[in-house]
Design a protein around this ligand. Structure first.
Ligand SMILES: C[S@@+](CC[C@H](N)C(=O)[O-])C[C@H]1O[C@@H](n2cnc3c(N)ncnc32)[C@H](O)[C@@H]1O
Length: 321
């Protein structure tokens, strides 16, 4: 992935980010060298996409849209199919609607009105998926929007989208975990969306997020919660809504106490929303296993998951360092 290196060097040409560039390059290079049988297919897709003309990026809600005339749409379609499943998006690429499983715009609408403007900020997006939100952060004028996600396919998807853009945004996704990134207080806004409940040690996650924040920085946490008025933590036995590795789902009161215990200030819950099948939906872009939220809920009672737990509800919490 030569282009990844070039992209990384350009992105980290910044006085603050320079402090972590060497380690990020080292870890990401290693991650791309892993033995994964899908890499030839994914690399082929990137080669095809790299050869296509680049287009202008804009927002055509809910889509991140890339526009250019005269494109071989069959080639493009074939390359994007090789990168399935597309969980995060949606994108409109040269008129082709890439309907990801999640309509990410719905989450972004719930978040943006409650946070400080991202213009000219250094922004970190932990567990960024394929970088749909990292792109949205850059499109809001962030000086640098860095996403990290260890899942390799998502990094290929990000590369595919970025290489279709005429003048690349200040956005980058690297195949890293929060635990691996050098801890420097250099980001003005740090996002952890859909990540906390996947952590064995949620307090360690919160304190690592804090270590990346400047003294005036803002933290945006989006996570599963249970709507219980009391101190409560749901620890699913086995899967939760068919998801593996869901370790703990707090009540809102518990979530706030975790953030207070981690020494965050001015903790405010700005949104609590039940996840709907309009936001997490079945689309042709999620691949052979077409299951989505509607299959993960109790067919007789959609207030419960098929395992009998409260159906997914997500909270957005904003706080200061
Ligand atoms: C449910 S997805 C959320 C994606 C996106 N942030 C969103 O809100 O739609 C969670 C992502 O977090 C990533 N992840 C899990 N643990 C992580 C960690 N310790 N550091 C960085 N990413 C992590 C996973 O690979 C996965 O892509």
């Amino acid at each position: 992935m030569n282009l990844f290196r070039e992209d990384l060097v350009n992105f980290f040409d910044d006085a603050l980010l320079n402090k972590i560039s060497k380690k990020c390059l080292e870890i990401s290079t290693q991650a791309y060298q892993v033995n994964n049988g899908n890499i030839p297919k994914w690399s082929q897709a990137i080669d095809t996409i790299d050869a296509l003309p680049k287009g202008k990026i804009s927002l055509k809600k809910p889509y991140i849209s890339i526009n250019k005339d005269c494109i071989d749409s069959e080639l493009l379609m074939d390359a994007l199919h090789k990168l399935m499943p597309w969980r995060k998006g949606p994108f409109m690429i040269y008129g082709l609607a890439l309907e990801s499983e999640w309509d990410g715009d719905m989450k972004w609408q719930r978040i943006t009105k409650h946070i400080k403007p991202l213009k000219n900020k250094h922004v970190l997006d932990i567990g960024a998926g394929n970088g749909y939100f990292t792109f949205r952060m850059a499109m809001e004028g962030a000086k640098r929007a860095l996403g990290i996600d260890p899942f390799l396919l998502y990094n290929y998807q990000f590369r595919a989208i970025k290489s279709l853009i005429e003048s690349p945004l200040n956005a980058l996704l690297l195949p890293m975990k929060l635990e691996e990134i050098p801890k420097k207080p250099i980001f003005d806004t740090v996002f952890s969306m859909g990540v906390l409940y996947h952590q064995r040690d949620h307090m360690a996650h919160l304190s690592q997020l804090q270590e990346m924040m400047t003294p005036d920085a803002e933290l945006v946490i989006e996570t599963l919660v249970v709507e219980d008025p009391e101190d409560y933590i749901l620890i699913p036995k086995g899967r939760y809504a068919q998801m593996r590795n869901v370790y703990s789902i707090p009540s809102i009161k518990t979530l706030k106490s975790w953030l207070n215990d981690a020494n965050f200030n001015n903790v405010r819950v700005v949104d609590v929303s039940k996840t709907t099948t309009a936001e997490q939906r079945k689309t042709p872009w999620i691949g052979e296993n077409r299951a989505s939220l509607e299959d993960f809920l109790d067919p007789l009672d959609d207030s419960l998951t098929i395992e009998g737990y409260p159906a997914p509800t997500r909270a957005i919490v904003v706080c200061d360092r």
